[in-house]
Design a protein around this ligand. Structure first.
Ligand SMILES: O=C(O)CCc1c2[nH]c(c1CC(=O)O)Cc1[nH]c(c(CC(=O)O)c1CCC(=O)O)Cc1[nH]c(c(CC(=O)O)c1CCC(=O)O)Cc1[nH]c(c(CCC(=O)O)c1CC(=O)O)C2
Length: 345
């Protein structure tokens, strides 16, 4: 491990004031970095994540290259699903493809449970390597949330309208709620194991839940999210809730038993405060902005830092993941700007 451990981001996640605004970027590992691109010519995502040394290297790249305040484990939200019987493959140009999609209650009943130590030992070994030996910033572990995972499992892959998913939710509520509970069991075991191995904070990606209206969220999703966060609270690590296009769910998230709310770029920090969020906020520069001129990036970044200055703290991030066309040089420059501007003003 190099020099002293910097726990600034953990303090901000817990609601403590920090000397500067800490930052990490969703999908910061891999993506546009040349070292990663070279590896991807040889290995797939699953091949990298099954090799702890290699996976730890990819996870470390943005800490070393950009100077961010946390690492996030390189793997996908699909990574634990094979353990419960989901036949998933990540196909180039498409994304996750499920060869045995779930269509009815009997398919849900067939899903198994995860035993992380025997099903995903390589994930835990990567975490141990990183946290015991290699990192001088915290490691964020993560899981997909039940709705977002179910959307892939039911649709068979990425979707634009989630018709099959919603159809199961509305027409077969017994199958739906069983699926939610089975996925919650998986998320809880998987996250417990990540924390036991050394992960110091956890983000739950409910990326696609904004496709539901607030009433359906309350009926079909909020109970399972409340259960997940309540059980994970006992782990005593900061828990981050994240979703995209979910302005209409902000008030529902305000009282979830999590510690931090991740915002996409559609809702500003002051707007989220007006909607009742009193927890620390994470976000929310539009990733598309990182393809524009530096003076535009600088102006928008400073504005977000200024909006986030008041207590409770703000953790800088993008409104969603880094895209492969964003230059590593821009991310390095952005990280420096965030650190320097938030310190000096
Ligand atoms: O990369 C894409 O987004 C396209 C394919 C896709 C993947 N998972 C998926 C999608 C979206 C979809 O199709 O619905 C599905 C996926 N993966 C993930 C999310 C959550 C989210 O970002 O909102 C989602 C759903 C929402 C979303 O697509 O943004 C999470 C994810 N994937 C991944 C990571 C790890 C990382 O980037 O370091 C992480 C999370 C941690 C983090 O934020 O850092 C990694 C990942 N997943 C994937 C890839 C491409 C692999 C390949 O081409 O061989 C890669 C690696 C890469 O981008 O270079 C596959």
């Amino acid at each position: 491990m190099t020099n002293t451990f910097n726990d600034t981001i953990l303090k901000a996640f817990r609601g403590e004031k920090t000397a500067y605004t800490p930052v990490w970027y969703m999908r910061q590992a891999g993506r546009s970095q040349p070292e990663y691109r070279k590896l991807k010519e040889k290995y797939s995502l699953f091949e990298i994540t099954h090799q702890p040394e290699l996976c730890a290297y990819v996870t470390r790249l943005p800490v070393e290259n950009y100077g961010v305040d946390a690492a996030i484990l390189y793997k996908d939200i699909m990574s634990p699903l094979p353990a419960i019987g989901v036949d998933v493959e990540i196909q180039k140009g498409i994304g996750p493809v499920i060869h045995n999609p779930i269509r009815n209650r009997s398919d849900v009943e067939k899903l198994g449970t995860i035993d992380p130590e025997s099903d995903v030992p390589y994930v835990l070994e990567t975490i141990r390597l990183l946290t015991k030996e290699q990192l001088n910033v915290p490691l964020i572990g993560f899981s997909g949330a039940p709705f977002t995972l179910a959307s892939y499992m039911i649709e068979g892959g990425p979707s634009k309208n989630y018709h099959k998913t919603k159809s199961m939710m509305y027409s077969s509520p017994d199958a739906w709620f069983l699926l939610m509970e089975k996925l919650a069991d998986m998320v809880i075991s998987y996250v417990n194991a990540q924390v036991a191995a050394g992960a110091q904070a956890i983000q739950i990606f409910d990326s696609w839940v904004g496709n539901l209206n607030a009433e359906d969220y309350r009926v079909f999703i909020k109970p399972v999210m409340t259960r997940i966060f309540s059980e994970l609270k006992e782990l005593n690590v900061p828990l981050i809730q994240f979703g995209v296009g979910a302005r209409h769910l902000t008030a529902e998230w305000a009282d979830l038993p999590c510690d931090v709310i991740g915002l996409d770029w559609r809702l500003s920090i002051p707007e989220a405060r007006e909607l009742g969020i009193t927890k620390p906020l994470q976000g929310n520069l539009d990733p598309a902005l990182l393809l524009s001129d530096w003076n535009v990036i600088e102006e928008r970044t400073k504005r977000i830092i200024d909006e986030g200055r008041n207590h409770p703290p703000h953790i800088f991030n993008l409104g969603h993941g880094v895209t492969p066309d964003i230059s590593p040089d821009t991310l390095k420059r952005l990280t420096n700007l965030i650190h320097n501007y938030s310190k000096s003003n």
